[in-house]
Design a protein around this ligand. Structure first.
Ligand SMILES: *Cc1c(COP(=O)(O)O)cnc(C)c1O
Length: 427
C-alpha cells in the first residue's frame, strides 16, 4: 500500500482526537467527501455549460447547472437578477475573478486592513493584487474595535475607489452591508462582500445577508458552508458576462467538476432544517465561549462575537499568540495565533488567539461542552502565564502539565463522532 494511505490514516485519527477550533475549518459530510472522490475528477470541461471546449460533457453540464441553481437558492436569490460562477478553485481566485472582471489595471480598491482581521487577497502589499491595483485600507476604531462607518465614508470620498470590499478572517462582529453599499454607490464604486467565513451562517438565516445590497459576493465552500475546498462568486446578472469571462478564460483552465459536484451536495445539505439549527448553534456556542473566556479573565476583542469566531487579545497576560497556540496544541486543542487590532507584535508572533466553533458544532457539541472547553483553554493560558512558557516548540511539546490536559481533552473529543469520518475502514 502506498505510504500516503498511512499518513491519511494518521490524519483521520488526529481529526477525531483533537478539538478543531480554527474558525475557517469544518468537517464535510461523508456524501460530500464521496462526491469529491468520484470519477468526475477525470474529466476536462473548459468553458461553461453548453459552451465547452471539450467533447464528452453530456453529464457534466448538468452538474454545473445544478450547482449554480442550488447556490442561488441557498441565498434565496432570483436567477433573473443574480448569477453564480462556481468554477473558482479557491477563495483567492474567486476574489481575483471579481477584480479581473470589474476593474482595469491601476484602478483603486478600498478594503479592510489585514491586521484588523481582513484578508491577504484584498490587496495586501505582498500580493499580485497590490501590483495591479492601487489599494488603500480602512481600519476598525481603536477603542471599540469595530468599524466606524462614518470614518469609512470619509475615507472613500477622499480616495474614490472603484471597488469597496468588506469581509475578513478575524472580525467577530456583523458587517453593515447596507451602509457599505451606500458608501460605495456614493463614490461610484462597486461593493463586493467577501463572505468566505460566514456563507453557511448567512445561507441558514443565522447571520445578516449582504444581499440584495452588494454588487458581488465571494465565498469559500469549505468553512461554515461545510462543503469541499472551493469557492463561488455570486453577482448581479448584469455583471455575470464580465465575471464569467474573467474566471475562464481569464484566470483558470478546466473547472474542478468533482469539487463543483461536492459543492452541490453541500448546498443541498444547507437547505435543511438540521443545518439551520446547526448554524444557530455555531453562533450560540461562540458566544458562550467568549463569555466564559471573559469570565475567566481573558480580553476578547470587541467584547464578544456575533458569529462563529472569537478573538482573544493576550497582551494583558503578556503572552504571545504563538506560545498559547502551541501550548493548546499539546493540550489537543487546535486554534491559531492571530494579530489583534493595532497589534504592535510581528505577524509570526502576534498578540492574539483566534478560536471558532463550526467544526465542534458539527460534532454535536453544545453549550455544556463549550463551558468545559473554555475551562481547559483557561487552564492552559494560566499555566503558560504562571511558568512563563519559553518560546520554544520542543520545550512546549515536552511539557507534562499540558500533556495531562491533552489526555483529558482527547478522551472527551472521542465521545463526539465526526459525521463525515465513520469508524470503519476507508479514507
Ligand atoms: C478563507 C478566505 C479567503 C481565501 O480562501 P482560500 O480558499 O484559502 O483561497 C478569502 N477571503 C476570506 C475573507 C477568507 O476568509
Amino acid at each position: 500500500m502506498d505510504k500516503i494511505f498511512s499518513i491519511i490514516a494518521r490524519e483521520k485519527k488526529r481529526q477525531k482526537e483533537q478539538l478543531q477550533m480554527i474558525p475557517s475549518e469544518n468537517y464535510a459530510s461523508a456524501a460530500v467527501m464521496k462526491t469529491v472522490g468520484s470519477c468526475l475528477m477525470n474529466k476536462y470541461a473548459e468553458g461553461y455549460p453548453n459552451r465547452r471546449y471539450y467533447q464528452g460533457n453530456v453529464n457534466l453540464d448538468a452538474v454545473e447547472d445544478l450547482c449554480r441553481e442550488r447556490i442561488l437558492k441557498a441565498f434565496g436569490l432570483d436567477d433573473k437578477k443574480w448569477g453564480a460562477n462556481v468554477q473558482p478553485h479557491s477563495g483567492c481566485e474567486a476574489n481575483l475573478g471579481v477584480y479581473n472582471g470589474l476593474l482595469k489595471p491601476g484602478d483603486k480598491i478600498l478594503s479592510m486592513y489585514l491586521p484588523d482581521g481582513g484578508h491577504l487577497s484584498h490587496g495586501w502589499p505582498v500580493t499580485l493584487v497590490a501590483k495591479i491595483f492601487k489599494v488603500e485600507f480602512y481600519h476598525v476604531d481603536r477603542k471599540t474595535q469595530v468599524f466606524d462607518y462614518d470614518q469609512i465614508e470619509t475615507q472613500a470620498k477622499k480616495f474614490r475607489p472603484k471597488l469597496l470590499i468588506s469581509g475578513g478572517t478575524a472580525y467577530p462582529r456583523t458587517i453593515n452591508h447596507k451602509r457599505l453599499s451606500q458608501i460605495a454607490k456614493s463614490v461610484g464604486a462597486y461593493y463586493m462582500a467577501d463572505i468566505a467565513h460566514e456563507a453557511g451562517l448567512i445561507a441558514a438565516g443565522a447571520h445578516p445577508s449582504p444581499f440584495p445590497f452588494c454588487d458581488a459576493a465571494t465565498f469559500t465552500t469549505h468553512k461554515t458552508f461545510r462543503g469541499p475546498r472551493g469557492a463561488a462568486i455570486i453577482a448581479r446578472a448584469s455583471l455575470m458576462d464580465k465575471i464569467n469571462f474573467s474566471v475562464f478564460p481569464g484566470l483558470q483552465g478546466g473547472p474542478h467538476l468533482h469539487t463543483i459536484a461536492g459543492i452541490s451536495v453541500a448546498a443541498a445539505e444547507l437547505a435543511t432544517p438540521q443545518f439551520r439549527a446547526y448554524a444557530r448553534q455555531v453562533i450560540v456556542n461562540a458566544q458562550v465561549l467568549a463569555k466564559e473566556l471573559i469570565k475567566g479573565g481573558l480580553s476578547v476583542v470587541s467584547g464578544g462575537t456575533d458569529k462563529h469566531l472569537v478573538l482573544v487579545d493576550l497582551r494583558p497576560q503578556n503572552l504571545s499568540g504563538w506560545t498559547v497556540a502551541w501550548a493548546l496544541e499539546v493540550a489537543n486543542i487546535i486554534t491559531n495565533r492571530n494579530t489583534v487590532p493595532y497589534d504592535t507584535a510581528s505577524p509570526y508572533y502576534p498578540s492574539g488567539l483566534r478560536l471558532g466553533t463550526p467544526a465542534l458544532t458539527t460534532r454535536g457539541m453544545k453549550v455544556k461542552e463549550m463551558i468545559k472547553i473554555s475551562q481547559w483553554i483557561l487552564a492552559a493560558v494560566r499555566y503558560a502565564q504562571k511558568v512563563k512558557l519559553p518560546q520554544s516548540k520542543s520545550a512546549i511539546k515536552a511539557d507534562r502539565q499540558l500533556a495531562a490536559i491533552g489526555k483529558e481533552v482527547k478522551a472527551f473529543a472521542l465521545k463526539f463522532p465526526v459525521p463525515g469520518l465513520p469508524a470503519q475502514a476507508g479514507l
